[in-house]
Structures are given as structure tokens and as C-alpha cells.
Design a protein around this ligand. Structure first.
Ligand code: THU
Length: 153
């Protein structure tokens, strides 16, 4: 038996956004205002920067039949895939508010969104940056680092 280890690199940005993604981070925060989250009161905004410079945003859209709702990240990723099918993703920023207040701690994406990110990497054969925004600090890492052993076939 061989023991292997996986390590991930991630970067902390106390009190600010990564300089290169400042505008993208602001768009993610703005997008959270478009959330339809009457059930959880947890409003998430996502902003995707595409390789052609286009920014696509998404927010979580809930439903009385709870599982029928959709996360902010997948709303943005699926829209980008549908509207700009040939353009790779360069970066994704994620922000959230709970009951109208921005989150102190950065918000990591759920497992299903990570799987969709893994598919996006595969689709364009290109990894991308993910910025998870918090009031206290933001964290940036590669999408591939969020889901080791992602399902694929
Ligand atoms: N949510 C997202 O939009 N993104 C995530 O990565 C995790 C959770 C949404 C789903 C639901 O509308 C609310 O946050 C509470 O779970």
C-alpha cells in the first residue's frame, strides 16, 4: 500500500480583494442583490470573468419545492456555457449576505457547484481562479483545488 498526500495552495487577502479581480468581486456582491432567497434568506452572488473579458453574473434562485432551486455559481456557469459556449472561464468570484448583511467569513461553494466547476475545467481544458469573498478576508485558489477526485468519465 502506498500513502499519497494532496496539498492545496490558497491565498488570503485580509480586508480586500485580489487587485486583478477587484471589479469582478464588486460584481459578485452586486449580483447577490438579485438573489431570490425568500426561504433561506441567504443571498449568494457569483460573477464569472470569461477569456473574452465578458462578465456573467448569477444569484441563487430558490423554490418552494426546495431542491428545485439553484445556486448562484451554477446559475452563472450554466448561463455562460449557454450564451458563450466557446469562451473559457478565467475567474469566478462568490459573495453572500445573510438576512441582508454581508458575510464576515468567506463562503466556499457547495459540492454540486464544485462538480460543475470541475466539468468547466474539463470542457475548456483550462483551470480558473476562484475568489471566495468575506468581509474579514477573501480567499483565492484554483477551481481544481476545490474538488480533488472529481467525478469524470
Ligand atoms: N447557495 C448558493 O447559491 N451557492 C452555494 O455554493 C451554496 C448555497 C444557496 C442555495 C440556497 O438558495 C442558499 O444558498 C442556502 O443554502
Amino acid at each position: 500500500m502506498d500513502k499519497r498526500e494532496l496539498t492545496i495552495d490558497y491565498f488570503l487577502f485580509p480586508n480586500r480583494f485580489p487587485a486583478e479581480y477587484e471589479n469582478l468581486c464588486r460584481k459578485a456582491i452586486e449580483a447577490s442583490a438579485c438573489s431570490y432567497s425568500v426561504y433561506s434568506e441567504f443571498a449568494v452572488g457569483a460573477a464569472l470573468l470569461l477569456e473574452n473579458g465578458e462578465i456573467v453574473t448569477g444569484s441563487n434562485q430558490e423554490n418552494a419545492a426546495y431542491p428545485s432551486g439553484m445556486c448562484a455559481e451554477r446559475t452563472a456557469l450554466f448561463y455562460a456555457g449557454a450564451a458563450f459556449p466557446d469562451i473559457p472561464v478565467r475567474a469566478l468570484a462568490i459573495a453572500a449576505c445573510y438576512k441582508g448583511l454581508p458575510r464576515e467569513n468567506f463562503v466556499p461553494p457547495c459540492g454540486a457547484c464544485r462538480q460543475v466547476m470541475a466539468e468547466t475545467i474539463k470542457r475548456y481544458n483550462q483551470d480558473f481562479d476562484v475568489v471566495m469573498i468575506g468581509q474579514k478576508e477573501s480567499v483565492m485558489l484554483k477551481a481544481s483545488a476545490l474538488l480533488p477526485f472529481a467525478f469524470s468519465f
